[in-house]
Design a protein around this ligand. Sequence first.
Ligand code: NAD
Length: 455
Amino acid sequence: MDTQSQVLDRLRSAFHSGLTLPEDFRQTQLTKLTAMIKENEELILSALHKDLAKPKFEAVLSEIDIVTNELHYAITNLSAWMKPEYVSKTLATKVDDCFIRREPLGVVLIIGTWNYPLQLLILPLVGAIAAGNCVVIKPSEISAATESLIAELIPKYLSQDCYAVVRGGAEETKALLQNRFDHIFYTGSQTVARCILQAASVHLTPVTLELGGKCPCIIFGRLVMTAAARRLVWAKFFNAGQSCVAPDYVLCSPATRDALLPALRQALDDFYTKEPQSCPDFSRIVSPRHWTRLMELLKKSRGKIVVGGEGNQEDKYIAPTVVVDVTEDDALMQEEIFGPILPIITVDSLEKSIEFVNRREKPLALYVFSDESSVVHKVLEKTTSGGFCSNDGIVHMTLPSLPFGGVGASGWGSYHGRWGFETFSHRRACMLRGWALERLNCLRYPPYGNDKLSW
Ligand code: NAD
């Protein structure tokens, strides 16, 4: 097996040879990647089931379909994205050719995480290939079955000169990060993001960070609670709450909470039955360590569990759980939950909920549920977040025409669709000037004298 530095040398010399520059080469690799997903769908689904007990429907929707749609979108639009972008000119540059040229960055590193272990590697990879880079892919060791499948499949389908998978955990990733990359694209926790930034600073490598945080869901107004509860439960408990854009907590008035609770119970029963542990449509927590963290959080919380609360360590199962009477200083509000526990916090007014959100780090996604568009617009105007969606959760990230990413502590930069291509491209400012109009240049050459500025 090649060492990390042999892998990097191979990729760097392929990049310098210009192999990845032609559109044809990029299109071929994207087409092969599509074939990789299509021809191995069953193997992928079974690896995802091994790692997280992902229900087939959720795995198809959030891993297979989102990736194949992204590939199709890139294959269809690549030619247009690669074209030079001509810009407006001044009088002095009227006869020049002035344009922005998208160039690949070089050899880039993509570090993925375990909750959507296929999607979170392949979506950035699509952008990186489309932009003409060579890529080192580092899957998460925690979703071990998917990690090993990706390591087996990528070299079978993609050019081994240009793309490589490096496996391992924190130690191997730290060693990898000592190398010089032209860009690092990291998805994961804020804690590890700090290590990535430190390593990147040594080589002044630009970094995209796709992080998390606590995504609020503000519920205000006289809603149809059945629909609100169903949408909220779906977005929260999809993948057992292990989604970076899952609603982390609900903010609402005491009256809304009282109306919402029976609707939440009903939606949970309808979706996952009264015995969710036996329901094939409910995922498991990824590892015993993550299971323990969540159960500890629940134990430390001073809130009142009104739904669920049970867990089974051996099965890595935690019941869909709803907790009320949660205060701002509660254990559940000190870190991103990233599991099937939904705290509900009551506030007196919409303004108070906006203040609550604005006191905290900028979230990756912010949701508002209301029957009044003035409420939706007020929240939109008075807050900020990576993404925003009214009256639903998660779905805004399925559109390749919208940039996906955080702001501030929830992430730097964005991807999906054209945004991924842009993230992995350098926008080179080009002016192609000929030899005409040299007589005009005497205006800018010395001797300047005293009267040139008065023109
Ligand atoms: P993590 O940060 O622990 O691990 C992610 C990757 O970093 C893995 O490949 C791992 O091998 C590597 N890694 C771990 N420790 C390292 C170290 N010390 N140095 C270098 N590399 C190291 O992942 P996690 O905390 O389990 O991920 C969950 C977080 O990711 C949540 O906060 C979630 O919101 C966030 N997330 C964000 C997105 C997004 O798109 N914005 C998507 C999914 C998850």
